[in-house]
Design a protein around this ligand. Structure first.
Ligand code: NCD
Ligand code: ZN
Ligand code: ZN
Length: 352
């Protein structure tokens, strides 16, 4: 393998799946994502979830207010699908440019998904609308059936729900979010251009052993949970394949440290602070740094029908130590304590 370059210039990447939260956490994490990315698809799983155009407009204002002056960051908002959501609200919000996409959480699949969809059959009118107007449907693809082993819930979702949905609505544009299995990667690669997938940095770096290395490690717990090593390798192969169906989506999902280090700890990994550095490391390890820009900055906008960013970023080959914890003070001066992904590790790349 030839020596890595001293620096790497890419179009500014976008994050096609992020949790910016609300309140003190929003204040803490929105500037972190905005420092790395030009745009981001912002998840709607707040409490209460974002289900109306008015709620999305208000949330967008709160996000923009949390950014430093002069930030060029653009949040792209999503609507949270429920069993009873009105397709007209989605269509109106999409036409106004308030909603970029809809998000489908199977009820109780993950954080703040209790109000999610209990049965896809109830949403036929919604899917017909999305298909007609070309509004993307983003899916947390796991079955919630507790009889199904947690490590199999994504693969089972494909056969029980995703494949039948795509057959019923062949014109629907779907993003299979944060894929974690070889089955998902193969399914997306074998489907047409209407199906894409996001891949997180953590699923490129860890397998399920990380959760149990030397003891229980809540910092590596997220949903869908990391799988066996062969799945991680399949995700790496998909990410570097040059197939435009696979693009960057961090699923950065911050929870305060005390909420993760608890008897019933929250699912979610906070990877926003070193996200592009983390992807760069994975691509370098695969000898595929020349494919990073397309994955990080081109395939996402292409799927969403947007132009890629013109601005560029530079990654410098300069080792940096990731701190064990990040502290941010909220408006009331209270510290929000977060553990970043790669805590305590040396990363070889640094965003200039
Ligand atoms: C996300 C969260 O905390 O909002 N958690 C996670 O583990 N990924 C929800 C999600 O994306 O499923
Ligand atoms: Zn999810
Ligand atoms: Zn997520």
């Amino acid at each position: 393998m030839s020596a890595p370059p001293a620096q790497l210039s890419l179009r500014r990447p976008d994050d096609w799946h992020v949790h910016l939260r609300d309140g003190a956490l929003l204040q803490a994490v929105a500037p972190v994502t905005a420092a790395q990315f030009g745009r981001a698809i912002v998840m709607p799983n707040l409490s209460p979830p974002i289900t109306t155009v008015a709620a999305a407009q208000a949330y967008r204002q709160r996000i923009l207010a949390a950014l430093p002056d002069g930030s060029g960051f653009t949040p792209l908002l999503t609507a949270y699908l429920t069993d009873t959501i009105d397709p007209a609200e989605l269509e109106g919000g999409f036409a106004e440019g308030v909603f970029t996409a809809c998000k489908l959480y199977p009820a109780n699949a993950t954080t703040n998904s209790a109000a999610g969809v209990s049965d896809l059959a109830k949403l036929t009118a919604v899917f017909e609308t999305l298909e007609r107007i070309g509004m993307p449907l983003l899916i947390h693809g796991e079955v919630t059936d507790t009889e199904i082993d947690i490590f199999d819930r994504e693969a089972v979702f494909i056969e029980r729900h995703l494949q039948p949905l795509l057959l019923r609505h062949p014109g629907l544009k779907v993003v299979f979010e944060h894929i974690t299995t070889a089955e998902a990667a193969a399914f997306v690669a074998g489907s047409g251009p209407n199906l894409a997938a996001t891949i997180t940095p953590h699923h490129l770096h860890i397998n399920r052993n990380a959760l149990f290395r030397g003891g229980l490690r809540p910092d590596f717990y997220c949903l869908p949970v990391a799988k066996r090593e062969h799945h991680r390798l399949a995700l790496r192969a998909a990410a570097i394949s040059g197939d435009p169906s696979f693009f960057l989506g961090t699923d950065s999902a911050p929870h305060p440290r005390h909420a993760k280090e608890a008897a019933c700890g929250c699912a979610g990994i906070f990877n926003a602070p070193y996200a592009i550095e983390s992807y760069a490391l994975a691509f370098e390890q695969e000898g595929a740094l020349d494919r990073l820009e397309a994955f990080a900055s081109e395939f996402g906008p292409r799927f969403y029908g947007l132009s890629p960013n013109e601005e560029r970023i530079t990654l410098v080959r300069e080792a940096q130590l990731v701190p064990a914890r990040l502290h941010r003070n909220d408006a009331a001066g209270e510290a929000v304590e977060l553990v970043p992904f790669h805590a305590g590790e040396l990363l070889p790349w640094r965003l200039a």
